[in-house]
Write a protein of this length. Structure first.
Length: 225
């Protein structure tokens, strides 16, 4: 949903839209649901990582997608080689965590701790020393589903809560893909960690669509991405 450029009068008429603007201004974390194709996920990620004409610091974390696919997730005109872009690949973190366990340096969630550390360090490296403006920092995690294949929901919740806190402390916007139906048990187990959910779907001939679920305010209608 596009929530920029609204006047205070418009916010009063549309409190849900006003709440989305406030989430963006103070920092927020969004759970992205929907059993959709890779192309729909990529398109939603492009939008959530922010307009290429605005000043943004982007961090893409890939848990089950090859690094070669990262450009399809970045906004048009933005490259993984740009100074304000960071990419974290789970496969590399896994190798580091496995080595730590062999040395006796990590427990059963060594990989999650190292992945969290990589995210924190990448965010710090994007900070030029003056901090981040509202929603300047954008984080994408694709996807939680891959992590749930290895870890139980309790450990994933703890990991997500720590990452979400880091993003919010930086006034950022994080979004985390869980490619399952919005009413699935996994979504219900994790949704309370997040400020809101974005549900994706694809219908022909309309193409990819989204709707927002904001606790305390309700659900938007379906709109094209």
């Amino acid at each position: 949903m596009r929530v920029e450029g609204r006047s205070r009068g418009e916010e009063a008429v549309d409190p849900l839209r006003g709440e989305l603007m406030r989430l963006k201004e103070r920092g927020c974390n969004l759970l992205v649901t929907g059993a959709v194709s890779e192309s729909v996920t990529a398109r939603a990620t492009q939008r959530l990582l922010g307009s290429p004409v605005e000043e943004r610091k982007r961090l893409v974390t890939l848990t089950d997608t090859p690094t070669s696919a990262v450009d399809s997730r970045l906004p048009i005109g933005v490259s993984a080689d740009d100074a304000d872009v960071r990419v974290i690949e789970r496969q590399r973190v896994e190798r580091s965590a496995a080595e730590a366990v062999e040395r006796g340096d990590g427990g059963g969630d060594a990989e999650l701790r190292r992945l969290e550390g990589e995210i924190s360090r990448a965010i710090a490296s994007l900070d030029d020393g003056s901090g981040f403006g509202p929603a300047e920092l954008r984080l994408s995690v694709d996807s939680i589903g891959a992590l749930l294949e290895t870890y139980d929901a309790h450990r994933i919740r703890e990991f997500l809560q720590r990452v979400c806190d880091t993003v919010e402390d930086s006034n950022g916007m994080g979004h985390y893909h869980l490619p399952l139906s919005d009413d699935s048990r996994r979504v219900q187990q994790l949704e309370s960690v997040f400020d809101a959910r974005i549900e994706l779907r694809q219908r022909e001939p309309f193409g990819p669509e989204q709707r927002w679920h904001v606790p305390g305010y309700g659900t938007t209608g379906w709109i094209q991405i």
